[in-house]
Design a protein. Structure first.
Length: 61
């Protein structure tokens, strides 16, 4: 997985907040990046720091 969750729960209204820019193969999200979400109900914007555990990207050992 190269992006954090596509949809999160809006803290303010409990609505669905969508990831504005999904990650792709050319610009995958990495830990420490900012993932921007926008709530479809209250249109609030949420900027979340991507944590390593949000990314199911197992490194090659
Ligand atoms: Zn909301």
């Amino acid at each position: 997985m190269i992006s954090p969750q596509a949809v999160i729960v809006c803290v303010d209204c409990g609505g669905r907040a969508h990831l504005v820019q999904p990650g792709d193969a050319e610009s995958p999200y990495r830990a420490g990046d900012i993932a921007t979400y926008r709530c479809e109900d209250c249109l609030d914007r949420w900027d979340l720091v991507v944590e390593a555990e949000d990314l199911d990207d197992t490194p090659d050992v």
